[in-house]
Design a binder for this molecule. Structure first.
Ligand SMILES: Cc1cc2nc3c(=O)[nH]c(=O)nc-3n(C[C@H](O)[C@H](O)[C@H](O)COP(=O)(O)OP(=O)(O)OC[C@H]3O[C@@H](n4cnc5c(N)ncnc54)[C@H](O)[C@@H]3O)c2cc1C
Length: 348
């Protein structure tokens, strides 16, 4: 029998960060992952975007989550020796009168003060008053996380310390006892489920109110365009270090297929040309399933029906922002019984 403190199922963003945190706290872990099969984290653009949607709403608890995010990713970078987290300039087009009115309201609210800056500033983008009569706004505190690189380097790091096995977790082989769980020849004090939307196939989590959101994203090469920032206008365009750019993304509710749709390419490219005036060629087209939830809140905490089992899931469309905060919270909960608010545990 091989003993570890924590058995972790899934090495997407959630599984990677909780494994990292537990190892930093001198616990032993064994991560089981199915070669990142259908992992949303492999597809994600990795944006940390403070305001989203037509109404320019600030993400709930943005400042609290953001406060946890940057030091957490810096610490992962230091240990893994790679660059993962990067601040990014963002300019957002104000598309119509309705959105302009929302912007005026937002500019009156204190919490938007550190984020929304320089409306109608004469920058490089959206300058033409005829084409863009409502102007644009700079969105501070935008950042990106290179999630695919985080997965790859964390995997290598875990493999290097015999802490990761590549296989599909078979729930029939999990036996929970009073003070531990057994999985085949492994005994662990606890198991942590981090399967993303594939938690729907976990018999202890298949009741969770997911509202999955498939998303497609293009990697493009723009023609004669120097992009020094993220541009957003309903869609977004994010420059990459290798000179390509990511163009995304859409929301297809409760569609669990990973197939890409040819019409999406045309829609995205037309929008890019119409609003930004850029032509591009497509290098890659990918789709993934966001583990979104009906309440728009993650599922984090102890399972009530299976002893010594925990869940870290439901990161939705904002995993990169949320994951560091909830990783620390969950680790404190598992190790020191720090309470977790019912809004995140009520379904478990
Ligand atoms: C198109 C798109 C764009 C996105 N853009 C952004 C963005 O810009 N910013 C942002 O913050 N978020 C974004 N997201 C959301 C982000 O991807 C998720 O919030 C996050 O990646 C979820 O991480 P996770 O670890 O919960 O799940 P996943 O990344 O899905 O990881 C789950 C892992 O568990 C493994 N697994 C599952 N079941 C088993 C099993 N039975 N046995 C073994 N292994 C198993 C899988 O192989 C996978 O590796 C985007 C998502 C999509 C689809």
């Amino acid at each position: 029998m091989h003993s570890v403190d924590f058995l972790i199922n899934g090495q997407g963003l959630a599984g990677s960060l909780i494994a990292f945190e537990l190892l930093q706290r001198k616990k032993t872990v064994l991560v089981i992952d199915n070669s990142h099969h259908a992992a949303a984290s492999q597809v994600a653009a990795g944006l940390i975007n403070p305001v989203t949607g037509h109404r320019l709403n600030i993400t709930n608890n943005f400042y609290e989550y953001q406060k946890a995010a940057s030091p957490f990713y810096r610490s992962v970078e230091k240990t893994l020796g790679v660059k993962l987290y990067q601040s990014l300039k963002q300019t957002r087009l104000i598309k119509n009168q309705g959105q302009f009115d929302y912007l005026q309201k937002r500019l009156q609210e204190d919490k938007y003060g550190p984020i929304l800056k320089n409306h109608m500033d004469k920058g490089n983008w959206f300058n033409d008053q005829e084409q863009y009569p409502y102007g644009a706004i700079n969105v501070s505190q935008t950042a990106t996380v290179n999630a695919p690189l985080l997965l790859k380097t964390t995997k290598d790091w875990l493999v290097g310390q015999n802490s990761l096995t590549t296989e599909k977790f078979n729930y029939d082989h999990l036996k929970a006892g009073e003070s531990s769980v057994n999985y085949r020849e492994i005994r662990a004090s606890s198991v942590v489920f981090c399967e993303g939307f594939q938690a729907m196939y976990n018999p202890w989590l298949d009741h969770l109110p997911f509202k999955t959101a498939k998303g497609e994203i293009l990697t493009i090469q723009t023609k004669s365009c120097e992009l020094d920032r993220m541009l957003s206008w309903g869609h977004w365009l994010v420059p990459q270090e290798d000179g390509t750019a990511k163009l995304g993304a859409n929301y297809l509710w409760n569609d669990l297929s990973l197939t890409t749709n040819v019409d999406t390419v045309q829609q995205f490219l037309s929008s890019l040309e119409q609003y930004i005036g850029i032509e591009a060629t497509v290098i890659k087209h990918a789709a993934g399933i966001r583990p979104s939830t009906t309440q728009r809140k993650p599922f984090v905490g102890r399972l009530s029906k299976l002893p010594n089992a925990f869940c870290f899931n439901g990161l939705g469309a904002k995993g990169c922002l949320l994951a560091p905060h909830f990783t620390t919270l969950l680790a404190d909960h598992m190790l020191y019984d720090r309470p977790i608010s019912e809004e995140f545990t009520q379904w478990l």
